[in-house]
Design a binder for this molecule. Structure first.
Ligand code: ADP
Length: 160
C-alpha cells in the first residue's frame, strides 16, 4: 500500500525550512500532500491561493508531492485522503512542546495515524514564517529564506 503523509501548516510563506523537511521526507514516504490550512480565524498575509501557487512552483518537477488545502481537523483530512502519517518539523524545545500536545491529541482521535517528526538541520533552526513575513512586510529582502524558485516579487500579500 502507498505510504502517504500529510504535511499540514500555514506556510505563510513557505520557507527553505519547510522545503528541506519535505525533500528529506520523500525518502520515507511514497507521496506527500502539503496541506495548507484554510483557517478562517488565523489571519494570513498571503492569500490561500497565493500560498498554494508558491508551493506548487517549488515542487513542479516532483510528482510525488501534491499541494492541497483543507479546513477542519487534520486527522479527518488524512482519513479522507488515505494518509496514515502526519509530517511535522521540529526546530526547538518550544516546537516540541507545542507539537507534542497536538500529536498526542491526534493520536487519541485517530489511532491509525502516526505523527512523524523530522528534526531541522541546524542552519534552518532560526527560520520561521513569522519572521520572514515581517521582513517582507517591512520591505526587506527575504529571498534567502524562501526556496530559490519562489520570486517574492511575483506574489502579493494582503495590505493591512
Ligand atoms: P503551523 O501554522 O502549523 O505552525 P507552519 O507553516 O509554521 O505551520 O509550519 C509547518 C510545519 O513546518 C511545522 O511542523 C513547523 O514546525 C515546521 N517548520 C517550520 N519552519 C521550519 C524550519 N525552519 N525547519 C523545520 N521545520 C519547520
Amino acid at each position: 500500500m502507498k505510504k502517504i503523509a500529510v504535511f499540514p501548516g500555514s506556510f505563510d510563506p513557505f520557507t527553505i525550512g519547510h522545503e528541506a523537511i519535505v525533500r528529506r521526507a520523500l525518502s520515507l514516504f511514497d507521496e506527500i500532500i502539503i496541506a495548507v490550512g484554510a483557517n478562517a480565524i488565523k489571519k494570513c498575509y498571503y492569500p490561500l491561493k497565493t500560498r498554494k501557487k508558491m508551493i506548487s512552483k517549488v515542487f513542479q518537477n516532483e510528482p510525488r508531492v501534491k499541494i492541497d488545502h483543507y479546513e477542519g481537523l487534520t486527522v479527518d483530512y488524512c482519513k479522507k485522503n488515505g494518509a496514515k502519517y502526519i509530517l511535522r518539523g521540529l526546530r526547538t524545545a518550544a516546537d516540541f512542546e507545542f507539537e507534542r500536545a497536538i500529536a498526542q491529541v491526534n493520536k487519541v482521535m485517530a489511532t491509525g495515524i502516526e505523527t512523524v517528526f523530522l528534526l531541522t538541520v541546524p542552519e534552518h533552526t532560526h527560520i520561521n514564517s513569522t519572521i520572514v513575513r515581517d521582513i517582507i512586510c517591512n520591505g526587506g529582502d527575504a529571498s534567502q529564506f524562501v526556496p530559490a524558485s519562489i520570486n517574492l516579487k511575483d506574489y502579493k500579500g494582503k495590505e493591512d
